[in-house]
Ligand binder design. Sequence first.
Ligand code: ATP
Ligand code: MG
Length: 572
Amino acid sequence: MRWTRSYIPTLRETPTEAELVSHRLLLRGGYIRKLAAGVYLYLPLMQRVIEKFANIVREEMNAAGALEITMSVLCPAEIWQESGRYHTVGKEQMRMKDRHNHEMVMCGTHEETVTTLIKGEIKSYRQLPLNLYQIQVKFRDEIRPRFGLMRGREFLMKDAYTFDATDESFDKSYQNMVDTYFRIFKRAGLDVVKVESDTGAMGGRAAHEFMLLVDTNGGEEVVLFCDKCDYAANVEQAEYKATDIKIDSDLKAMEEVDTPGAATIEEVTAFLKVDATRLVKTLMYMADDKPAAALVRGDRDVNEVKLKNALGAVELEMATSDQVEQHTGAPVGFAGPVGLGKDVTILVDPLVAKLKNAVVGANKFEKHILNVNIDRDFKASKIVGLTLAREGDQCPHCEGHLVAKQGIEVGNTFMLGTKYSESLGAKFLDAEGKEHPIIMGSYGVGVTRTPQAALEKYFDDKGIIWPKNIAPYLVELVPLKVDIAKHMEVAEKIYHDLMEAGIDVLLDDRDERPGVKFNDADLIGLPVRITIGEKSLKEGKVELKARCESENSLVAIDDVVEAVKETLKRLN
Ligand code: ATP
Ligand code: MG
């Protein structure tokens, strides 16, 4: 491709709207443009990156025995009602009425569609196992679309669905996808880790996420690893062993005390001279518009995913200060479980349930209550794990401790069990002629998120450094003086030699100053740059430089193809 025939609108200025380095680089490099919140247009360079990554995904999925299909983005609402998810996905689902007043939804995932596709067609265990996948547009009206392609409202996903007759067969299908995922990400130049995750709105018995760990602020997820065993989990899912519980023996009488000027945990512990572990944090939420109080120990934070699951809520939001006042009778900072209205669901973490003579908010301005005890002074609607695990906690499986790292979720695998096959009626007959629901799994890869995620790892202060297998072109060819015939002759020769050798090349044939060309080459980040300049040409040579290295080397014009191949071999 010639730069002058392409469409690569690079930007000098750093766009202010972008918080992440990967997002800034894609905008500046002329890869993407925003049309609306979470809705992006992929320009020619991005289109090539996405195609390269999608092809890796496709080749590995095909090699794993999965079959590619395409399912529609539009879907009748009925099958989402049948599966029960119509109500649980909440506002994330885009919905509309067609001209016949028939309700349609835009799919953010395709379990309902694929189950509807195979039900009735798969009749016997002999037709199983089966693995169907697609690379397709998804719509999700994300509550906080942000970070460019990382969290879009319209994006591309590879989604696969497995169908098995027995648990043993399912375990093989699941492991096959896990192995395939490691191969996919490796080929894209990415080392990922597999961690335990929440099953969320998907249902099913277990799930894993594939995380790219990053040192930038691009990691939306926190992963906790054990420093001794191989336990690793998304913080939302992570368990820990509670080891530091101190329990008083006798229950003392409740006592309301003034806490002037003290509302936060720090202020209250300082004022009352008690340890934060003796305090109860009462946080008010609205779960599907109903008030709920979550009680965790003063030194800990609430795990909102566990809270949402425990409440069985579709939408969970922190209560606003008005709502806190309405349900507790006091401004924010003084909520407590004693005397809360009957309409408030009170969920209590086991660490709080074990506390004796605890300190809680009094539901009155600048007042707290000492010596509060569960059952005697307030009733829990439910005692359930609500505490967010954190670095330093003990591993749930061994004596080791948890270490935190930031990561980006690039793929995941879910054991769905028979949730969809039962609700939508996808059954098969076994060898004895007995009917069973099909055992399912679902497997996603972010096809637009992953290439952007790669840029949270591969960049420097000048721009992008693409891993070679997902780079839009492998080589950028830069003749410094396009008005000198000899330079362009050499450029054209190398351009054609490379293309003949099957190496994608971008020829910067613009009549621009060398500084502009070099800056753009560093910005768009192709793995190898070849510069054609006066000095080296005198010796019949051109300059070769890998984007990720600082050294140049001089290469004879006829040896360029070989030298490029050798260089690419050693690059990620
Ligand atoms: P997240 O926790 O990040 O919201 P998810 O659990 O909703 O992800 P899935 O529904 O399983 O993710 O989607 C499969 C893959 O699709 C994810 O691993 C991710 O790579 C990608 N993905 C999910 N949501 C988005 C989005 N809004 N924009 C871009 N890619 C996404
Ligand atoms: Mg999501």
